[in-house]
Ligand binder design. Structure first.
Ligand SMILES: *Cc1c(COP(=O)(O)O)cnc(C)c1O
Length: 230
């Protein structure tokens, strides 16, 4: 199928998931995760109406950015090294992957220097997988959120998680639910905007994530096909 056709079919599935739980589909933003994919495929997605693109490497992101129309909103979804912050600060709509206070403080410094306020999400390793960044200790995560919320050049918008890779997406439902419950918990009251962002769900499990309250789903393979890392 074409990229435009894939986007339509993903969007239809998002809409159906919303209907199942009584949500308005306009609450859910579909991010096209274009990492490793050539510009021409991003342009095809753009022509089909896509405006939100996610990349996980600074170098690739900054190479693609000037080649795409100005109204594209770029999302940094991958692990971010502190020495690369300066290349994306104020240029990306949202950094999804703030997983330590140290990283947040470095973003704060660079944002202050660039005189901007950078929108960010705190990445939480809900399932506690050792291979992933962030922690599953919710007490520690609450501390992290509180500390980050005090940084004046950061605009803390919500939370993000990468769920485990599973065959049955139902296995991840509890993690998505846990993240939403944490976001709306008493301990987190007042730290997020009235309509916070919950970035969760990928090709294998975005429908379950939407049922559990995702506001942003990050879909790569389901739109652009399998990635080839060779
Ligand atoms: C690659 C990636 C995705 C998209 O994964 P697919 O399974 O191809 O949809 C989503 N989120 C993050 C953080 C990623 O790195």
């Amino acid at each position: 199928m074409s990229i435009g056709g894939n986007i339509d079919s993903v969007q239809n599935r998002i809409n159906a998931a919303c209907m199942r739980v009584g949500r308005d589909p306009s609450e859910v933003t579909l991010l096209c995760v274009s990492k490793t994919k050539p510009l021409q495929m991003l342009q095809e997605a753009y022509k089909a109406g896509a405006r939100e693109f996610g990349e996980n490497k600074v170098q690739e992101l900054t190479a693609k950015m000037p080649e795409m129309p100005e109204d594209v909103r770029w999302h940094m979804i991958g692990h971010l090294q502190t020495n690369k912050i300066k290349y994306i600060i104020g240029k990306v709509a949202l950094i999804h992957s703030v997983d330590t206070l140290h990283l947040a403080e470095e973003i704060e410094k660079q944002a202050a220097k660039a005189d901007c306020r950078q929108a960010v999400l705190v990445e939480i390793n809900v399932a506690g997988e050792g291979s992933k960044f962030g922690t599953s200790d919710m007490g520690q995560n609450a501390e992290l959120v509180r500390s980050i919320s005090e940084l004046p050049h950061l605009d803390l918008q919500g939370l993000m998680t990468i769920a485990p890779y599973v065959d049955d997406p139902e296995e991840n439902r509890m993690y998505f639910r846990k993240l939403r419950e944490f976001l709306y918990s008493d301990a987190m009251r007042g730290y997020f905007p009235a309509q916070p962002i919950l970035s969760m769900g990928m090709t294998g499990d975005y429908e379950v994530a939407v049922e559990e309250g995702a506001t942003h789903v990050r879909v790569g393979t389901g739109i652009f096909g399998e990635r080839n890392y060779n």
